[in-house]
Design a protein around this ligand. Structure first.
Ligand SMILES: [Zn+2]
Length: 615
């Protein structure tokens, strides 16, 4: 069913592998790493200790121009060669590497430290997925297609504990991701006004420093996102800031004409910029500014033009950000229908991130938008989604069929248009006054796909699910097929729940998805209650109708009550307890409400359930 072709299985798929057929490298007890680094980079040494524990590391510095190299072999086999003649083109030199497997040793070589870092990530996956302790002799040459390959932390709703976020960053690096978009909202430790910090879950400055250090440690550049126009519900909800709203009814949008708007946002930007000294970018948000040019001052000043009001304020933010040495970025949607003459007034120092999550014609839409912006000298970035609304409001886990299609269309579009920054957006809610989507850890399968297709635009093929099962869970395709039969890339969320025992790696993710799946089965059933309630109204007092209503109530309510403690327990492994509990309550709220109202009215209550339900 797929071209899954061991012995070497990786995510992302490496670009070139040639098996030489000249024997195999066998790992022995006396293996050591010989390291040669042109410039000292302790991150490489720590990577070796973390990902290959127990293997001693010897060597160190190398002369100028020797590059970065590591060999793995018996201690007598000596130092790796320098990078002379490395088969990586100049376009891939920043992160490309060469990996050679020979009977006596494995050698990884790169011109830059980041390339060596990625080569070692590949080596880790080869050892993880190899059968036994030997690797067949081969030559690998590998480098990325996309310069900036990004994932996304959205902290607006629930998020994982800090140590889980650090683990996620390490996993991003295994997938060769080098950029991380972070939207903090009220989780950022704002100093300008403590009311802007979430009372319980804002990071402390120390925690934020830990998070950013984890990114640096893994060669990941953080792109902080600070909304500066709309989606400011977490600010404008406070009485002190309500006067800055465009209209009293707009909960999320600032009025650009109120003098306090610019002052507040630039103060917040100052703090964001100061906390991210290494980041070349600041994302200014600016999507979905619904209330625009509605107040009297704006209407007069901008002649009733929403676009003119938008560009005026955005230009001030671009100026402010660019003056501080950062590349400003905004979402594209507010400029979507902007007439050309007005668009020409947009400060071209901004980069526009095009986010399109659905529809069949991504290539056509993105091509038209890209041409429009590039004509004005404006740089373009891409944003598919690894998780967004789709047709499943709760998003307990992503709708794989939509997400993979979206990512695949973006892969081809980015290739055609040469878009060199593509971020897999991963939303935790529709907006900040919403309820949480499924938790971050349910998105690894889709994240891996995004990593696969941004590193290597030939990736993302039909064998992806097999490679993911092998690399991420340690499961071979034959074992998967033996249990679940036929499957395709789109089936991950339906099959992984069967491997909560067998998964060698990330068993906790399999358990998490299994619980979410069981919850969905239980809620799908309980939605049918209205049919039985309706029939009871149609045939009041009928014995058979009563029995049918009762049977359904017992089955559905028991199913829900059984999954509730499991859901709480599994979520608390990833998230702070009260965030996990908030998630559970959000899922059960309506069911509990119906239990207290409609069901009670129909004479149904939990005393009718078998006793075992609360075990
Ligand atoms: Zn206004």
């Amino acid at each position: 069913m797929s071209k899954f072709n061991p012995p070497f299985v990786t995510i992302p798929e490496v670009r070139h592998i040639r098996y030489s057929g000249e024997g195999a490298f066998r790992r022995t007890k006396d293996c050591v790493f010989h390291v040669r680094l042109e410039q000292p980079d302790s991150r490489i040494l720590r990577l070796l200790q973390r990902e290959f524990p127990g293997i001693p590391v010897v060597g160190g510095e190398a002369p100028e121009g020797a590059g970065y190299a590591v060999s793995l072999g018996a201690s007598r086999c000596g130092q790796p060669a320098d990078v002379t003649g490395i088969a990586v083109p100049s376009s891939g030199i920043e992160e490309g590497y060469e990996l050679a497997v020979r009977p006596e040793r494995i050698e990884v070589r790169a011109v830059r430290a980041a390339g060596l870092f990625y080569g070692l990530q590949t080596l880790r996956q080869l050892l993880d997925t190899a059968a036994g302790d030997s690797l067949p002799c081969a030559d690998i040459h590998d480098w990325p297609d996309t310069a900036r390959r990004g994932m996304h932390f959205d902290f607006r709703q629930t998020h994982s504990r800090l140590e889980k976020l650090e683990e996620a960053i390490a996993q991003f690096a295994r997938f060769k991701i080098n950029t991380l978009l972070i939207e903090y909202e009220d989780k950022f430790p704002f100093r300008c006004d403590p009311v802007l910090r979430h009372p319980k879950h804002a990071f402390t400055e120390e925690q934020l420093a830990r998070l950013l250090e984890a990114a640096r440690e893994h060669y990941i550049e953080v792109m902080p996102l600070q909304q500066t126009f709309g989606h400011l519900e977490y600010v404008l909800r406070h009485e002190a800031y309500a006067p800055l709203r465009e209209t009293p009814e707009s909960t999320g949008e600032l009025c650009p004409c109120k003098p306090g708007s610019y002052e507040l946002l630039t103060k917040m930007l100052d703090e964001i910029i100061a906390a991210h000294p290494d980041s070349p970018y600041v994302h200014l948000g600016c999507d979905e500014v619904y209330s625009l040019c509605e107040c009297e001052t704006c209407r007069e000043r901008f002649g009733g033009s929403r676009e003119a009001a938008f560009i005026h304020f955005v230009n001030r933010m671009i100026e402010y950000t660019a003056a501080r040495g950062k590349q400003p970025v905004i979402w594209h949607d507010m400029l979507d229908k902007c007439p050309e003459d007005l668009l020409q007034t947009l400060d071209p120092r901004v980069a526009v991130m095009i986010w399109i999550y659905n529809y069949r014609n991504i290539e056509a839409e993105v091509s038209a938008l890209t041409a429009k912006f590039r004509r004005l000298g404006i740089d373009v970035m891409g944003a598919p989604a690894v998780r967004c609304f789709d047709w499943a409001e709760h998003q307990n886990y992503p709708v794989a069929v939509n997400r993979l299609d979206n990512l695949k269309q973006w892969r081809d579009t980015a290739a055609k248009l040469d878009i060199d920054c593509v971020i897999g957006t991963n939303w935790t809610a529709a907006f900040s006054l919403g309820t949480p989507y499924g938790i971050f850890e349910t998105t690894w399968y889709v994240n891996g796909y995004h990593a696969d297709v941004t590193w290597n635009r030939s990736g993302g093929g039909e064998d992806y699910i097999d490679r993911f099962m092998a690399v991420f869970h340690g499961l071979r395709p034959a074992a998967v097929a033996a249990k679940v039969g036929r499957y395709t890339n789109e089936d991950y969320y339906f099959i992984i729940r069967h491997f909560t025992e067998e998964a060698v790696r990330h068993r906790d993710i399999a358990e998490l998805i299994a619980v979410m799946h069981d919850f969905e089965v239980a809620t799908d059933r309980s939605r049918a209650i209205h049919k039985y309630a309706y029939r009871w109204r149609l045939y009041p007092g009928d014995g058979a109708e009563r029995r049918s209503l009762l049977n359904n109530y017992v089955r559905n309510r028991s199913g829900l009550q059984r999954v509730r403690p499991r859901m709480t327990a599994v979520l608390r492994r990833f998230q702070p307890d009260d965030m996990a509990d908030h998630y559970v309550l959000s899922r059960f709220y309506l069911h509990d409400y119906l239990n207290e109202t409609l069901y009670k009215e129909l004479g149904l209550d939990e005393t009718l359930l078998p006793q075992s339900h609360d075990s």
